[in-house]
Each structure stands twice: as structure tokens, then as C-alpha cells.
Design a protein around this ligand. Structure first.
Ligand code: HEC
Length: 163
């Protein structure tokens, strides 16, 4: 009897795995996803403020440069969207190459942040390269409204300005 029950449960488990494949629908990044970003594909390096940056990303600092990298050179789908799991990191450095600020965006998908094209926004800690913690110890990640509100200006380019 017990072995029948065990067999029954195993079959149920297999059916569940087959019917609900994981990770194709949503990509939830961890600290590990940002390791080694400066060796990814270089996208662009920019300095100075503009109507697009509006002072964000330290763009008002004339000594700061912003460099953008993309992981795995992700190709867009036919609708111009980046695939789930696409990761972009942007670092801001001063003239001596000290890291001043780091942000990232990861295409999370799975219905996450629909207004923001399914992207999850991240602020990274320039000292560690890990997801920054706020004063309450919470990870600075998610459907951050401030990021959505400006990146929506490039919605037709899947919320990405530089690629
Ligand atoms: C007021 C506008 C504005 C806000 C707010 C803003 N960004 Fe950006 N972001 C830009 C612009 C413009 C670029 C293009 C590169 C540049 O000029 O620095 C950019 C580039 C990026 C990139 C590189 C990919 C790309 O789009 O080119 C990442 C990653 C990024 N931003 C993350 C964030 C995150 C995370 C937040 C919120 C914490 C945020 N941004 C808030 C304007 C903004």
C-alpha cells in the first residue's frame, strides 16, 4: 500500500514538472548574475546631461562617465523585445576610474512590472557589486517607479536607451 502511495505521488510529481515548466516564464536575478559584468559586451560610454537623463545617473557631474554592458549579447525577438533573462549593467566612474554608482536592469518577465516592459530594476553597491541594501536592509530591486517613469520614454525600444 505504502509503495503504491509513493508511486502515485512520484507520478503526480512528474506530471506537475512536465505541465508547469519552470524558469521559462520568469527570471529572478541574484547577486551572482552581475559578477564579471565589465567583461560582457560593451554597449556605450557617455558623459554629460541631456533631456533624456534629466540629471539621473550622476549625469550632472561633468567628471563622471557612464558605461553600459550587456550580458551574452542578447538578441531581440521579432517584436523588438529583449528575451527574458537579458541583463544590462551601467556603471558610473570618475576620471580616475573610481566606481561612483551602479545600476542594472534584468528582463524578468512572467507578468512582472508590466508597465515597465517586464524589466526588474536594480541599484548595485559599487563597493561589492552586489544588490544594494536600503537603510532598512531591504534589497534595492523591483518595479521601481522612478526608473519606470523615465525609461518609459524609450518604451518603443523596450525601455532601453543605448541598445
Ligand atoms: C530621468 C531619467 C532616468 C531615470 C530616473 C533612470 N534612468 Fe536609467 N538611463 C537613463 C538614460 C538617458 C540612459 C542612457 C544612458 C545614459 O545617458 O546614461 C539610461 C541607462 C540605463 C541603463 C543602461 C541601459 C539603457 O537603458 O541604456 C540602466 C541599466 C539603467 N539606466 C538603470 C536605471 C535604474 C535601475 C534606474 C532607477 C534606479 C534608472 N535607470 C533611472 C535615464 C534614466
Amino acid at each position: 500500500m505504502r509503495s503504491f502511495l509513493f508511486l502515485g505521488l512520484s507520478v503526480l510529481g512528474l506530471v506537475a514538472v512536465a505541465c508547469f515548466p519552470q524558469n521559462t516564464a520568469e527570471y529572478i536575478a541574484t547577486d551572482q548574475d552581475f559578477v564579471g559584468y565589465s567583461k560582457w559586451t560593451f554597449v556605450d560610454k557617455v558623459t554629460g546631461n541631456s533631456d533624456a537623463t534629466k540629471g539621473a545617473h550622476l549625469s550632472e557631474n561633468p567628471n563622471a562617465s557612464r558605461t553600459i554592458y550587456i550580458k551574452n549579447n542578447a538578441d531581440r525577438t521579432d517584436k523588438g523585445q529583449f528575451p527574458i533573462g537579458t541583463t544590462l549593467v551601467k556603471q558610473v566612474t570618475d576620471k580616475n576610474n573610481n566606481l561612483l554608482m551602479m545600476t542594472a536592469m534584468v528582463k524578468r518577465g512572467g507578468g512582472f512590472n508590466k508597465e515597465g516592459g517586464g524589466w526588474e530594476w536594480f541599484v548595485l553597491d559599487p563597493k561589492t557589486g552586489r544588490i544594494a541594501l536600503d537603510e532598512k536592509g531591504a534589497a534595492t530591486r523591483g518595479a521601481i517607479a522612478m526608473c519606470n517613469q523615465c525609461h518609459v520614454n524609450t518604451e518603443e525600444n523596450d525601455f532601453v536607451f543605448t541598445r
